[in-house]
Each structure stands twice: as structure tokens, then as C-alpha cells.
Design a protein. Structure first.
Length: 389
């Protein structure tokens, strides 16, 4: 089922795998933003008088699956859009269409829209995913894995699922420990400190050394074969930011969005001219590559949003930034989510805003409590900002 026909790419990036953009992505300044994309100036009195755009986005969920208990939990908290995880896998084939349809029907009983699934290109790292050979660049093994993913796209399309979230990574999500916050009831925050990670002297992955150009060769090999199927079935392919962006060559790998996360986003975005090529834009993972997330996140939202390439939003806040951060609650990080959601509103974003990487604490119901708080926080922001229109 593999499609070998190439997608028409922008002329300026026709040599994306081999050209000078690779060097630009590797040697670009960390966290820099182009002058043309500088943070917007405060509104003038005239701008403030202009009618506000409507709020089209909605709160969503990416956890818990489509079982009765989770669906009732979501409905009780006013969450009526979700990423359902993934259907059952038929070995050697792909997803079970009957199971996928059953998931949709289960959601519909509670008035919940099944908007997205996760492809088996996850954040678990190359040693733990079901399709390792795609990002290892090993043929013919990767061709068989790609055929399965093509079948999964067709199942999503037949089920009415409009977006598929995926990762193009080799490293697992990288963290160095947890930080306790006594001011928030001893909540525990996932933490990444690059200097601490280097001291651990961890070995390279099974992938060995992989340059940024090799990463993009593997990404384009995959997407050249997936995007025609996505276009046929009208399913968006939403790539998640590599988490976190890291310095060049960390444990042998230069991630596709490193070391300058904005330049990486631009390079990936411009690979294809297709309405089905875009991002599961995780604001937390993006902020992890910035020196000043509060101001630098806004030009990224504007640039990607105006290209209509934001397919999903993961709303996660952090304290810190490039090479040193903690994942915190949405209301106590460095990003101002009132301004962020206004930025999403202004580019016409209309899909899900999903809680992501909720802090933990000792209560057995920690996960449910954290998600309930985040759902209410997002719903409150959407309602308040929406009332300005």
C-alpha cells in the first residue's frame, strides 16, 4: 500500500535533507526568533476597540481511553472532545476497524466527539515503540511498519477521526528527577537539568550517532509515504515537539527541533504544502527550548497558526526554559495562558486544548484531581476570553 509518489514541497526547501538548512538548524542561536516574528506590541486604543475574534477552541482530553468510567469522568467535567488513544491492533495488519467504530459509538453515548488517536510513533523512545525501524531508518523493516501506519490512517478516516498524533524521535522523553513544591501542597514536578544529565554520562541509544540531516531524511521518507494516504482519507497528521529540545549531539542524537526550537518548527512545517501536515503543538515542550517562554512562545503560535498547521494543543506550563525546567500547574508557570489562548483565538484555532503532564502528589487520586483542575482552568479561560467577542 506504500505510496511512492512525492509530495510537492516548497521550492525553497527542495533540498531540505541535504541543503544548508540542516546546518542552520544545528548552528542557529538557541531560542532566537526572527525580527519579523517579534512579540506583538501592546494593543493601541484603536486596536482595543476592534471586535474580538470568536473563541472556537474547546477543552479536550488525551488520557484514560474510551471506557465507561473515563467517559463519565469527562462528561461530568464538561469535556466533550477527546483523543481516544488507539484501537486494538491486528498483528501485521494495523488497527481493528470494528473496535475503532465501537470506540466512537461509546463516546457518542455521552455526547463526546472522538477527534484524535495516537499512532504507534510515540514518545516512549526508540527501544520501546512498536515501530522502531522508521526512525532507525532501516529498510525493508521500516516499509512494513509504514504500511501498517497507512492502514491505521485509513481506519481513522473511516471512523471519522480527524487527527492522528505522532512523534518523530529517537530519545525517550528526557527528565532528570522531580522537584517538590511545598507551596502547592507538596506537589511533585518533573524536572530536566541538562548539566545534571551530562554528569550521568549515559550511553548512546541503539541508534548510535544521528545528525539532524539524517533525522530529516527519515522523517521525509516516512511522510512521503503517509501524506498521500492522509490526504485521501482527510486525516491530519499532527507531529509532537521532541521533548525536550536538547543541545546538538546529546547521547549521539540531534533532535529535529534542536537546538533552536523555532527554526526546527519552521523547517518541519515547510516540508510539505498539505492541509494534513502540521503539529500536535505541545506548548510545554516548545517552551522547554526557549530562553524566555513567556514572550517567545507567542510568535511561534502566530507563525504556525497563520499557516493553519496547529491541529492539537497540549497545554502544559513550565518554570525555567532551555536546559533547565520544571513541569508545573497551568496557573503557576512562566507562560501566561490568558495571553496564549488569546493568541490561539486570534489565529482562528478551533480544535482541542488538552491538559498535559499534570503534576503529582501523594493522594491516590492525584491524576484525576490534577486533570479536573486543569479542565476547569481551561474551560474558565475559554469562557472568559470568549466573552470578549
Amino acid at each position: 500500500m506504500i505510496h511512492n509518489d512525492k509530495i510537492n514541497r516548497r521550492e525553497a526547501l527542495s533540498t531540505v535533507v541535504k541543503g544548508s538548512l540542516g546546518a542552520a538548524a544545528v548552528f542557529g542561536s538557541v531560542g532566537s526568533v526572527a525580527t519579523a516574528c517579534a512579540a506583538p506590541a501592546p494593543e493601541s486604543e484603536e486596536q482595543a476597540m476592534q471586535p474580538k475574534k470568536p473563541m472556537l477552541m474547546k477543552v479536550g482530553c488525551q488520557h484514560g481511553g474510551t471506557g465507561k468510567e473515563n467517559l463519565e469522568f469527562l462528561a461530568r467535567h464538561g469535556v466533550f472532545n477527546m483523543d481516544g488513544g488507539s484501537p486494538k491492533v491486528i498483528p501485521g495488519v494495523g488497527w481493528d476497524l470494528d473496535d475503532s467504530m465501537a470506540k466512537r459509538e461509546a463516546c457518542e453515548k455521552y455526547g463526546i466527539s472522538l477527534d484524535a488517536y495516537h499512532l504507534p510513533l510515540s514518545s516512549a523512545g526508540i527501544e520501546h515503540v512498536a515501530t522502531p525501524n522508521i526512525m532507525l531508518g532501516k529498510s525493508p523493516e521500516r516499509d512494513r511498519e509504514i504500511e501498517m501506519i497507512q492502514q491505521m490512517i485509513s481506519v481513522a478516516g473511516k471512523t471519522g477521526v480527524k487527527s492522528l498524533n505522532y512523534n518523530t524521535i529517537i530519545h525517550v522523553i528526557l527528565r532528570t528527577g522531580r522537584t517538590l513544591d511545598p507551596t502547592r501542597g507538596n506537589a511533585s514536578y518533573n524536572t530536566w537539568n541538562y548539566e545534571e544529565a551530562v554528569k550521568r554520562n549515559e550511553p548512546k541509544t541503539i541508534a548510535g550517532d544521528v545528525s539532524i540531516d539524517e533525522m530529516y531524511e527519515r522523517i521525509t521518507y516516512l511522510l512521503d509515504r503517509l501524506i498521500p494516504v492522509a490526504e485521501e482519507y482527510k486525516v491530519q497528521l499532527a507531529n509532537h515537539i521532541a521533548d525536550p529540545p536538547t543541545p546538538v549531539g546529546y547521547r549521539g542524537i540531534t533532535r529535529w527541533n534542536s537546538p533552536d526550537v523555532f527554526e526546527g518548527i519552521k523547517r518541519f512545517a515547510q516540508l510539505y504544502d498539505s492541509p494534513y501536515h502540521g503539529f500536535n503543538l505541545c506548548l510545554g515542550s516548545t517552551a522547554e527550548g526557549l530562553k524566555d517562554p513567556k514572550t517567545e512562545i507567542l510568535p511561534i503560535i502566530k507563525w504556525v497558526g497563520e499557516r493553519n498547521q496547529i491541529f492539537n494543543i497540549h497545554l502544559r506550563n513550565i518554570k525555567g526554559g532551555w536546559n533547565n525546567f520544571q513541569e508545573v500547574y497551568p496557573d503557576n508557570g512562566d507562560m501566561d495562558f490568558v495571553t496564549v489562548l488569546k493568541g490561539l483565538r486570534d489565529v482562528g484555532y478551533s480544535a482541542m486544548v488538552m491538559p498535559d503532564h499534570i503534576p503529582h502528589h501523594e493522594d491516590p487520586a492525584s491524576g484525576l484531581q490534577g486533570h479536573a483542575f486543569a479542565f476547569g482552568y481551561i474551560k474558565g479561560l475559554i469562557a472568559a476570553i470568549g466573552s470578549e467577542a
